[in-house]
Design a protein. Structure first.
Length: 117
């Protein structure tokens, strides 16, 4: 089975404004009746959330919506996405539905991804 790729017709990078990355939350803590909580690593690999916005034309917005609906089946499938730091493409999955905000003649599209191990 082939992993879908981010369409070449869409912007290949997030805008700097509003871009954020988070480290993986990979700890599991258990409270003890006395003393400090017991803490351990949850897994040996975990997802790392990234969030950002892109400006898209109306045509690009339609391409994006089609990609989400048809290629990644309403966010259920992972896909390759350009690395924001210029490395090899990342395997990612969308965390939540995209948010569309009109700005003049373009759309600002906010996308939440999780980088898969």
């Amino acid at each position: 089975m082939t992993v879908p790729s981010w369409p070449a017709e869409l912007p290949q990078a997030f805008l700097k404004d509003g871009y954020s990355e988070e480290d993986a939350d990979n700890l599991l803590a258990s409270n003890m009746s006395i003393g400090p909580a017991k803490v351990r690593r949850r897994t040996t690999s975990n997802v790392e959330p990234i969030t950002g916005s892109m400006e898209m034309s109306s045509a690009q917005r339609q391409t994006f919506k089609s990609f989400v609906k048809n290629d990644i089946k309403d966010r259920s499938k992972p896909f390759t996405f350009p690395d924001p730091h210029g490395g090899s493409p990342l395997l990612v999955r969308m965390r939540q539905p995209a948010v569309y905000t009109p700005i003049g003649i373009v759309w600002r599209v906010q996308i939440g991804l999780e980088v898969l191990p």
